[in-house]
Design a protein around this ligand. Structure first.
Ligand SMILES: Cc1cc2nc3c(=O)[nH]c(=O)nc-3n(C[C@H](O)[C@H](O)[C@H](O)COP(=O)(O)OP(=O)(O)OC[C@H]3O[C@@H](n4cnc5c(N)ncnc54)[C@H](O)[C@@H]3O)c2cc1C
Length: 480
């Protein structure tokens, strides 16, 4: 059974079906997935401007609703695999808009990865600057039958059934600026990192959802360039003393470079100055050539990035029915690993699959099943990412303090060893890249016969930072 717009609904403007709050990457993908199953979707987006043609999106699209809109993005192979399987016209349109088709394993020199093998196609992806990516998604979504996108509409709260006498509140729509209600059979919050869903649920009398928040503690210094695309000589993320360098190829001969570090590193705040950024980048032999282009942005800085998790069930009991959260509105992390859109798309697919199996009028069962499947299939990826964030930040903070990072968590030592060993063994390079691409889990990788032994043998005694680059003293001297 699917949800259709009901002409019988009287509240102006008279609407049922599924309401998706937010036309970001997650909201648009969710809208298309659900509409292709026959649901009637209305997307409400606060920002008034619709997408310009992708070629003009970088220069002209104003998107105040997404803080990271002009910051570096890279689409992982997991994102690509999912979108190619379910929404194949998106990658086709992306390529037509100049997006880059690439392979994250092929970024390694052949001396490290060996010749490419037939199944290395799993590391394929298509990637673009965020405005270009979103302009394409918005264009494809707008022409998808069953999807209506209304821009310039700010949701201010939830609308629940006032006559309900028992059980958790049942949400039957949203309130929008001006006090009007828009009715829907299901509300999907894709409002991103700053979603106010917790407070809105409170306002309709629901129990507070489970919420965990902590500042991730990272700061991002990022810059975009244009020119002859640099030849990758390493994975997109290179971890060094005091910072991680990300080199991210993108569409139409553009790319970005990010220096991600701890917000406690006062000395590295100098990186906001383009000269200091440039001087630092020059010190990393496998990344320095990514400066060789025309800068098309200053150094964009993003700090105060939260790791946040929200669960709409407490002790297994839904706090409300008729409402779910998908993508960053559900959970978000520090983006150094570039996983947000891949996890969001997985989550959208989970919602689609639940709606295939559960009668949507069975509100309680729907809420429970979405919670159950989210917890089983999506949450582990979030937890893994937060686990990584905490260790990496602690490691950087130890670098700042000039001491080695020690932890009793031996999984961290194995994770570091996996990276080091991947530089010495083509099979481990593929394993490491599968982890980085979200194509496998550590448990599955380390269960492969001989894999863990080989990682321990090749990686456990490697230097803490095996890639060539400055130590902290040299880095600070470079940024002056
Ligand atoms: C610095 C940075 C770099 C990143 N890099 C990567 C990367 O390389 N790869 C990757 O996969 N992910 C990356 N991410 C994560 C990625 O940006 C997010 O996962 C993704 O944007 C989440 O999509 P979303 O649709 O859930 O939320 P968003 O994209 O944030 O969209 C939310 C939308 O909801 C709208 N909205 C919010 N409130 C309301 C309201 N009340 N009424 C109406 N509309 C509303 C907003 O205007 C916005 O359009 C990065 C994140 C950051 C912070």
């Amino acid at each position: 059974m699917t949800w259709k717009v009901s002409s019988a609904v009287a509240d102006p403007p008279g609407m049922a079906g599924i309401i998706i709050l937010g036309a970001g990457v997650g909201g648009l993908s969710t809208a298309m997935l659900l509409a292709r199953d026959g649901h009637e979707i209305t997307v409400l987006e606060r920002d008034p401007a619709g997408p310009p043609p992708p070629a003009r999106a970088w220069d002209s699209w104003e998107r105040r609703g997404v803080n990271q809109f002009r910051l570096a993005h890279f689409m992982l192979p997991r994102w690509y695999a999912q979108i190619a399987a379910d929404l194949p016209d998106v990658p086709a349109e992306l390529r037509a808009a100049g997006a880059l088709s690439t392979n994250t394993l092929a970024m390694l020199p052949e001396a490290l990865r060996g010749p490419l093998r037939p199944d290395d196609g799993r590391f394929d992806t298509v990637t673009a600057r965020r405005p270009v990516l979103e302009a394409v998604l918005a264009t494809v979504a707008a022409r998808t039958p069953g999807v209506t996108i209304r821009r310039g509409v700010t949701v201010t709260g939830l609308w629940s059934d006032p006559d309900q006498r028992s059980g958790p509140p049942h949400v039957t729509g949203v309130l929008v600026e001006g006090g009007r209600a828009v009715r829907g059979d299901l509300v999907v919050d894709c409002g991103g990192r700053r979603s106010a869903l917790g407070a809105w649920l409170d306002a309709v009398g629901a129990r507070r959802p489970v919420e965990e928040r902590e500042e991730s503690g990272f700061v991002y210094y990022g810059r975009h360039f244009r020119g002859a695309p640099p030849e990758p000589r390493m994975y997109v993320a290179q971890h060094h003393d005091s910072l991680t360098v990300l080199t991210l190829p993108a569409d139409n001969g553009t790319w970005s470079v990010v220096l991600a570090t701890s917000k406690r590193d006062a000395a590295l705040r100098a990186l906001r100055d383009p000269h200091a950024f440039d001087a630092a980048l020059a010190r990393y032999p496998l990344a320095a050539h990514w400066r060789d282009g025309e800068p098309i942005s200053g150094v964009e800085v993003m700090a105060g990035i939260e790791d946040r998790y929200r669960r709409l069930a407490v002790d297994g009991e839904p706090v409300a029915t008729g409402v779910v959260a998908v993508g960053d509105a559900w959970a978000c992390t520090n983006p150094t690993l570039g996983r947000g859109t891949s996890i969001g798309l997985l989550h959208a697919r989970v919602l689609r699959d639940v709606l295939r199996e559960v009668d949507p009028q069975d509100h309680d069962k729907l809420a429970r099943r979405v919670d159950e499947q989210t917890t089983a299939l999506v949450e582990p990826l979030h937890r893994m990412t937060v686990w990584y964030d905490r260790h990496r930040l602690a490691e950087i903070d130890a670098d700042i303090a000039g001491v080695g990072y020690h932890t009793d968590d031996e999984r961290w030592a194995i994770s570091k060893a996996t990276f080091a060993a991947s530089l010495a063994d083509p099979a481990i390079a593929r394993g490491y890249q599968s982890l980085a691409s979200l194509l496998t889990t550590p448990a599955d990788l380390y269960a492969e016969p001989g894999m863990l032994d080989r990682i321990v043998e090749l990686g456990m005694r490697a230097p803490r930072y095996p890639l060539p680059g400055p130590d902290r003293r040299e880095l600070l001297a470079a940024v002056g």
